[in-house]
Design a protein around this ligand. Structure first.
Ligand code: SF4
Length: 404
């Protein structure tokens, strides 16, 4: 329900949904927007044409455009975070005061429950956030990365880390050994996550099994762990379970195994294909061949679970460019992807300490510019063929945007 009120020269709009509350204040020159989850946590904001998104871990990313469709991004430091949080909660407090806590100052009148919710939000202080972030860190090991369509999931760390952990371009899980939670530990973890999210659970869509390749857990061991999720959460209502799979290594699951996982709510599995070119996979130190990834996708899809395929743009620089394009097209075209599947293009993000960068330097690889990587994407995309029953969603996977 949307309620509109006037205050000085401002229009105040309160949008009350079952999973969030959004307040926008509009003047001639500017619109400020603040959205909160049902626990009162700031979730997103728009101030002076800069959009903000806050993760459960307390990190806040700011994004804005210079007007030429170039998007800028900045992670707020602590003072900037405090400034935004104070602004959001003080704005709600001011609105309540100016409207004299009246349900009738808005058209249509807001409900008394909305006044109560606004009052709770107005009372939230920085101390709430300090405790909230501290609780978060007591429950979660740092969540390394999620597919972009899973940023708003409920992450459950059934495993921690990556069972392989040796790809040269990836440093997400180098800080921790691979660990499979025991049924008791996982049960406690789910309880902790649920308690932590509180009413904010309603904002969450889907369940994501962390970390890098939870599905490497043998099926016999995985099933009782997945059953635990059903003891605590309405999997169907939340939109099902999603996970990464390192499609190259680990226990090879059969169609029957995946069917069992599907019965337990498994909806989509994301595979970092990176490339269809085996020489490049070797250079990236991926643990298998493109054929292994293709076999995994075919088995997954034969069980009725959909697939998300991730391609690494710019990998191998100019030396690998032609083969990266042709072999990636070739392997994806054999996957028979359809409208339920996804293809992500993720740009290689290099940093000094990354093993990839050191190897690329040693082999004198010529890196691709951002424009050349986009051209690489265009050339792959234009040659992709999909199932007659529909085309997968094709999108950008920018790991620098990740927030949970
Ligand atoms: S399998 Fe995935 S998470 Fe593990 S090291 Fe390789 S890219 Fe990183």
């Amino acid at each position: 329900m949307v309620h509109i009120g006037r205050w000085n020269d401002k229009t105040v709009t309160i949008s009350q949904k079952i999973n969030s509350l959004t307040v926008s204040i509009e003047t001639k020159n500017e619109t400020q927007v603040f959205s909160f989850d049902k626990s009162g946590r700031l979730w997103t904001a728009l101030v002076e044409k800069i959009s903000y998104r806050r993760g459960l871990n307390g990190a806040i990313v700011a994004k804005w455009s210079s007007g030429k469709e170039v998007l800028h991004r900045k992670w707020l430091d602590q003072l900037e975070q405090e400034w935004l949080l104070n602004l959001a909660h003080q704005t709600i407090s001011t609105i309540l005061r100016e409207f004299n806590y009246s349900t009738h100052s808005f058209s249509p009148p807001i409900y008394t429950t909305t006044i109560r919710e606004l009052s709770t939000i107005a009372e939230i202080s920085l101390e709430f956030y300090i405790n909230d972030v501290s609780n978060y860190h007591s429950i979660y090991k740092p969540v390394g990365i999620l597919p972009p369509d899973q940023y708003i999931s409920v992450v459950l760390q059934l495993t921690e880390g990556c069972s392989f952990n040796k790809c040269t371009f990836c440093s997400f899980y180098r800080d921790r050994p691979f660990l499979i939670k025991s049924p008791n530990d996982f049960d406690q973890h789910i309880t902790n996550v649920k308690n932590f999210l509180g009413n904010g659970l309603s904002l969450r869509r889907t369940i994501f099994l962390g970390d890098a390749n939870a599905l490497v857990v043998p099926t016999k061991k995985l099933i009782p762990l997945m059953e635990k999720i059903h003891d605590h959460l309405d999997v169907k209502k939340l939109g099902g379970i999603f996970a990464f799979l390192d499609g190259f290594s680990g226990e090879r699951k059969s169609t029957g195994d995946y069917q069992k996982l599907r019965e337990l709510g498994m909806n989509k599995i994301y595979i970092g294909l990176e490339s269809g070119n085996n020489q490049l996979l070797k250079f990236l130190n991926k643990p298998g061949s493109a054929q292994d990834a293709l076999n995994a996708v075919r088995t997954i899809k034969s069980s009725g679970i959909s697939a998300g395929i991730i391609v690494l743009l710019g990998a191998g620089g100019k030396q690998y460019e032609a083969n990266h394009i042709s072999d990636t097209v070739d392997i994806i075209n054999q996957m028979n992807l359809d409208a339920d599947d996804l293809v992500y293009f993720s740009e290689l993000i290099e940093s000094e300490g990354l093993e990839y960068s050191q190897k690329a330097f040693a082999e004198n690889l010529k890196p691709l510019s951002s424009a050349e990587r986009q051209e690489q994407r265009r050339r792959i995309e234009e040659q992709l063929l999909f199932s007659d029953s529909g085309t997968p969603h094709i999108s950008t996977y920018d790991i620098r945007d990740f927030v949970y």
